[in-house]
Design a protein around this ligand. Structure first.
Ligand SMILES: Nc1ncnc2c1ncn2[C@@H]1O[C@H](COP(=O)(O)OP(=O)(O)O)[C@@H](O)[C@H]1O
Ligand SMILES: [Mg+2]
Length: 299
């Protein structure tokens, strides 16, 4: 916990009031470390984006603390907050909406350099843009002069990654970065994030509804349902030995080549699924340690 770049400590976020209160995040605790990735996994509505927005300081927690290098960000001075904002960069789900159609790719990368990299000036700017594009495995000669609509979804997401890297962040928050991409290019983007994490010692928060992809990028995993993290720890341990019924439910939705789809035993009955959801939504404070670095809420 001590060497974490960014940590959420018992963070809660509610929306609305009275009977209409939504508990979007309930006592969320996790930390991000240099050169490591945490996969935050859960179906739509489980509270993943709320956690991401709190980490980005777009939402202020209802209770609990966000810690930057061990210190509460709430108590930080303006210059520290500015450093934090630069240090934590986001990659969004929609690679189409996040680029301005009126500007070239070079322009998109020049802007963050101008704003945040006083060390890069004059002819260094174009050289840095070339380096950034090469880092994300795009050919600068071809891509830099192009407009967003001339690129594929996968290429655009690579540009978004390059843009995030331009400001030399310590943490990247990637909220479902491949869910709007063609299946054929998803793995390439995940592998790229994995490489960036290792080579640039980035802390990565990889948000996904697809638990099967967590293995490609994340050493650690947190499975979320109804605003709670229900199971967490080493990705391999959680996926190989899931303990919480909701984690098992998520894994049962992943196609298994050994199970025939027409096998009636292969699928949970709707009644069983509803029962798992009902039990998993209850507020639970008791934590079970299943093995070292593998925990779940008691059910
Ligand atoms: N700005 C908001 N105002 C009201 N409710 C919100 C807001 N953002 C999220 N929620 C609610 O919080 C819950 C979690 O949403 P979200 O964090 O977007 O989940 P996920 O990213 O896992 O799909 C949902 O019930 C959602 O409707
Ligand atoms: Mg979301």
């Amino acid at each position: 916990m001590n060497d974490a770049i960014l940590a959420l400590d018992k963070v809660t976020k509610t929306f609305g009031h009275g009977a209409a209160t939504v508990h979007a995040a309930r006592s969320i605790t996790f930390s991000l470390h240099a050169g490591r990735a945490l996969a935050l996994v859960g179906e739509s509505g489980s509270g993943k984006t709320t956690c991401a927005r709190m980490a980005m300081r777009e939402y202020i927690p209802t209770s609990g603390q966000i810690l930057y290098k061990g210190r509460p960000i709430e108590a930080a001075k303006a210059d520290e907050i500015a450093r934090y904002r630069r240090s934590v960069q986001m990659i969004f789900q929609d690679p189409f909406a996040s680029l301005n159609p009126a500007h070239t790719i070079a322009h998109h990368l020049r802007r963050p350099l101008k704003l945040h990299r006083p060390d890069v000036r004059g002819s260094q700017v174009d050289a840095t843009i070339r380096e950034l594009l090469q880092r994300v495995k795009l050919d600068p000669d071809i891509v830099a002069p192009k407009y967003p609509h001339e690129l594929s979804g996968g290429q655009r997401q690579r540009v978004n990654i390059a843009r995030a890297l331009a400001v030399q962040p310590e943490v990247i928050v990637a909220d479902e970065p491949t869910s709007m991409l063609d299946v054929s290019v998803r793995l390439g983007v995940l592998n790229l994030l994995n490489e960036m994490k290792k080579e640039m010692h980035l802390g990565l928060l990889y948000i996904t509804h697809d638990i099967a992809t967590a293995r490609y990028v994340a050493e650690d995993i947190a499975v979320m349902y109804a605003g709670q993290i229900v199971e967490w720890g080493s990705t391999a341990k959680v996926i190989d030995n899931p303990r919480h019924p909701y984690t098992r439910l998520l894994l049962s939705a992943v196609p298994d080549p050994d199970v025939r789809f027409d096998d009636p035993k292969a699928r949970l009955q709707p009644r069983e699924v509803a029962e798992i959801r009902r039990r998993s939504a209850a507020q639970v404070d008791e934590i079970v340690e299943i093995e070292p670095n593998h925990f779940a809420l008691a059910v």
